[in-house]
Each structure stands twice: as C-alpha cells, then as structure tokens.
Write a protein that binds this ligand. Structure first.
Ligand code: NAD
Length: 507
C-alpha cells in the first residue's frame, strides 16, 4: 500500500530542485538545523543548499550588521532563506541582523501561525489556532532616534500608506488562500490618530474589497489582553511592527512553548523562514533543543517553494511524534510525555513517522497547488498639500522654565506674517493659559500659524491662509538672533483638504 510518505516522495521526485540559502546560526542553531535538514531530506524535499555566514562570528570580525557582504549575493540569487537563530553579541554597536535582512530585502510581512497541541503540549487554550501577520519594515523599528536636549530623546514612528496597504492586503489574501474566515486589525488609533489611524483606515478600505472575509478592529491593549485570555476568538491578526512583535510572543507562549513556532518573512520575490525563538545559549551543544520551531519554519518554506505535499507529510509526522508523547525537555510533562528525548533522537522519531497522520490532533491538509500570495497595491496619486504653519522645537530653560517667559519672548519675534498659537511641553499645552503646576522639561514645541488665521481658523467657512517657506526661514533667523536654540522644525500641512497634524493635548 502506498503511504502519504511514498506519495509525497514520488510527487517530489518529479519536482525540480529549488536552491535555497541556509544559515546554521549560533547556539542551538547548528543542532536544530541538522535535525531539520535530515527530516526534510527523508521526506523527499527537493532542495539544494547554499550556505551563508551570519551571526556571532561575523559580528565579532567587525561587521556590525552580522552578515558578510558576499552573503547578500547568495541571498539575492536564491531568494529563499532558511535561517537558524543567531546570537547578537552583548554590548553596543551591533545592529539587529533580522531587522537589517528584513528591511534590505523588503520582507514586509512577518507571518507567525500559532496553534495549541493540547493535550500533548500543555496550554489553557486547546482550540487556539491563529496567525499573526506583523508589518515588518516600518514603525519604531526604523531606528530613527535623536537626543534633542539634555533631557529629551525622540524615536520616530514612521507609518506609510503603501507599507500599511501591502501587509493588510497580504493578510486578506492569506486568509483566502488558507481558508481562514476573519481578519482582525489591532492598533492604538485612539491615541496615535495619524500614524495608527492611517493603518486602521487602510484596513477598512482593504476589508471592503474582501466581503467573503469577516473583519474587525481591536485597540491593541484590550486586543493583547483578549489574546492572553481568549485566543480562540481570533483567526488572522494584522498589526503594526511593534505591537506584532509583542503579541506574537504572547500567542506563542499561551499556545504552549516558544520552542514550537516557526515564522515566515515575506517580500516581493524574496522570503526568509526561521524559528521564532533565539539561539538558547543555555542549552547549546547539549543535544537538548527542540527542533520543531525551525522545522515548522521549514514547512512554511516548502509551501512557498511549491512543495506543499512534502510540508504536509513533515507537519503530520511532527504532530504524530508529539501525540505519541515523544518530547524534548522544553515540552516535557509527567502526564503526557512517554519518552523524553534529545534533538537527534527527536528528529529520528519524526522521520520514522513520515507518512503517518496524528489520530487526535487535527491533521494538516495542503492543497496540491498553493499559489504564492501576490499583493498589488494601488498606485500612488498626487495629493494636494498646503503649508499652514510650523512647529519649532526649542531647547530652552530660561531662569525658571516658565512658559510665560518663553511665550513673551516668542510673541515679540513672530513678525508680521506669523502668530504664536501655543507652546506645549511633552505634548501638553503650557502657553497660553497653562497650569502653573505642570512640570516642564527643557524641550518646547512652539506652534506658529499665519497671522490672519486668528480670525479665519475660528470660522469654519473660511479656509486657513497659506504660509510660505520664506516666512518660516525668516522666523528661524529671528529666533537664532535672539539666542534661542531650535532643535527641530516640523511643517504643518493641510493634505487632501484635511488638517494633517496633531492638535496637541489641551489645545
Ligand atoms: P531564546 O529564545 O534563545 O531562549 C529563551 C528560553 O527558551 C531559554 O531558556 C532557552 O533555553 C529556551 N529555548 C529557546 N528555544 C528553545 C528550543 N528550540 N528548545 C528548547 N528550549 C528553547 O531567547 P534569549 O535567551 O532571550 O536569547 C538568546 C540569544 O538569541 C540572544 O543573543 C538573542 O539576541 C538571540 N535571538 C535571536 C533570534 C533570531 O535569530 N531570530 C530571536 C530571538 C533571540
């Protein structure tokens, strides 16, 4: 009788081999990569490998991003990368390799499926089966940070419409391709009305194009709480980079173990696959690590390179192994473990079960021909934009950090075209009409708008007058001549007919 294993092998033997780049990584990386590759080979995966050097050794040779320049050529050529975890050396100056690879190769979507394996791996949520899709290139991860005054630093959160649209469309296409029913968006747009508001707005626009998929939105704080308490209510979640980073760890943890999860980083024509955990130096070289996370990542890769039946065979053998109580130490439990094994023995047990399906856990079923998800975003259009004013940020303390003193100085420097509308400190309005008790730092945002607007802005039927760049440059010259230290200037625009800046608390 033909088994699923022999069917998969027969089908695979007709499949041309795909060249992929692999990195063995640091810590437990080489052990779990060896285990993973042995299982893939036994399952008949049609792959050839090019090894790239990344990680600790490369960092310590002085390459601050942890990847040797020659490795980029291999990655660009093979376009598929299976990566074991690496160790980022302690101390300053080292850039995150993951962030570098994701942004250099345009890997805009991070996809983390997460399901429970109860009762074989303990979790409070036996019916949990969800996928977190995290925007992977933008947000605070751009690492654009500045110290602006002695007391204040800033980290810029940049969110773009195309970046948001790409990952959100990917989430809906993913839901369709994998038979998922609902996509949930999570943002904090009650506070970040522009940045998170854009992501939520684009989500609503895209959701309207997928009437077959249910959609909803959670504020991230309650969304994260619900994930920790009732993860069964979620199906596909799409969110911004930082929130996605946090909630994907919450989901992995509540599912049972970070040792089990794999992830895909998807771009246009390039993809990287990995385990979600790190290099676990505490158990490195001891044949203790669970290879399931990387194996899971490798199965996502097999689907991506058009070998879904091999992925199905491997995943079902993995599930059967877990179900048979063959467990590594991280998922050991007295109740459910029949045999506690090391990395090598676990791989051997999975190989022995290739062709078998789990009896209790839901078996994985893949279509023969899962097409890679392609996302097309709307072309950008020219959007009308008008300059309405400027926020000038000052490093100032004066005698007593008194906003009324600063307000008085600035009122005398506004010139004929501009007027001072307000001063805020850490976002809170302190002039005019501030509270004397408000604590003030040395960092002041001073908002100037066109002088006529004093009347016009209060009458909704009158448009706010334009400011010209020269007005701003002349203002800065006056501030400089008065000995004021400006640290940053943000122009205030009306874009597409709407005021495109935050009002500031208390305005
Ligand atoms: P970690 O994920 O390596 O380890 C956390 C805990 O989980 C440890 O107790 C570890 O023993 C255990 N663990 C992790 N994977 C396991 C597995 N497969 N089997 C059994 N137990 C496992 O996180 P960490 O300790 O915070 O980080 C260690 C190193 O990994 C750091 O240098 C960090 O920068 C790096 N890291 C790399 C990646 C990556 O390459 N994608 C991701 C996260 C962390």
């Amino acid at each position: 009788m033909k088994t699923a294993k022999s069917n998969a092998k027969a089908a695979a033997s007709d499949t041309p081999k795909t060249r992929i780049a692999i990195a063995h990584g640091d810590g437990i990386g080489p052990e779990i990569m060896a285990a993973t590759l042995s299982i893939l080979e036994a399952a008949g995966a049609q792959l050839e490998y090019d090894e790239v050097k990344i990680g600790q050794d490369v960092y310590l040779k002085g390459m601050e991003s942890g990847i040797a320049p020659g490795s980029w050529d291999i990655l660009r050529r093979d376009k598929v990368f299976l990566k074991a975890p690496i160790t980022t050396p302690q101390g300053g100056g080292y850039k995150s390799l993951n962030v570098t690879v994701r942004s250099t190769l345009g890997l805009y979507a991070n996809v983390r499926p997460c399901r429970a394996y109860t009762p074989f791996v303990e979790s409070h949520f036996p019916n949990m089966d969800l996928v977190v899709i995290r925007e992977n290139e933008e947000d605070l991860y751009a690492g654009i940070e500045h110290q602006q005054t002695g007391e204040v630093v800033q980290s810029l959160k940049l969110i773009s419409r195309p970046g948001s649209e790409r990952v959100i469309r990917y989430a809906f296409e993913y839901a369709r391709a994998y038979g998922r029913k609902k996509v949930t968006c999570m943002t904090k747009d009650n506070i970040m009305k522009l940045a998170d508001g854009l992501f939520h707005r684009v989500f609503n626009e895209v959701a309207a194009e997928y009437p077959d998929i249910e959609s909803n939105h959670f504020i991230i704080d309650i969304g994260a709480a619900m994930l920790a308490d009732r993860p069964e209510m979620f199906d596909v979640i799409v969110t911004l980079n930082l929130y996605g980073d946090i909630i994907s760890d919450i989901t992995a943890q509540v599912a049972g173990s970070v040792g089990l999860g794999g992830s895909a980083n998807i771009g246009d024509g390039f993809a990287m696959f990995e385990a979600i955990h790190g290099s676990a130096p505490d158990i490195a070289g001891k044949d203790m690590a669970n290879p399931s996370g990387l194996l899971h990542g490798a199965c996502l890769m097999l689907v991506h390179v058009g070998q879904p039946k091999v992925a199905e065979t491997v995943m079902n053998a993995l599930l059967k192994t877990l179900e048979d109580g063959i467990h590594t130490g991280d998922i050991y439990s007295e109740q459910h473990t029949k045999q506690k094994v090391g990395t090598k023995a676990f791989a051997k047990e999975v190989i022995e079960r290739l062709g078998q399906a789990p009896a209790q856990l839901n078996a994985v079923q893949m279509g023969d021909n899962i097409q890679p998800i392609e996302v097309k975003i709307r072309p950008s259009k020219a959007i009308p934009k008008r300059l309405l004013g400027v926020d000038v940020f000052l490093d100032w303390t004066g005698e007593r950090r008194d906003p009324r003193e600063l307000g008085g100085i600035l009122e005398s420097l506004t010139g004929d075209q501009l007027m001072l509308r307000m001063i805020t400190n850490r976002g809170l309005k302190v002039y005019p009409d501030g509270f004397p008790d408000t604590f003030c730092t040395d960092h002041w945002r001073c908002r100037f708008v066109a002088r006529q607007s004093l009347h016009g802005m209060h009458r909704s039927n009158m448009a706010a007058p334009d400011v010209i760049y020269y007005d701003i440059i002349a203002l800065l010259q006056r501030l400089m001549s008065a000995g004021l230290n400006f640290i940053k200037v943000e122009n205030l625009y009306e874009i597409d007919g709407k005021k495109a800046y935050s009002a500031g608390q208390g305005e």
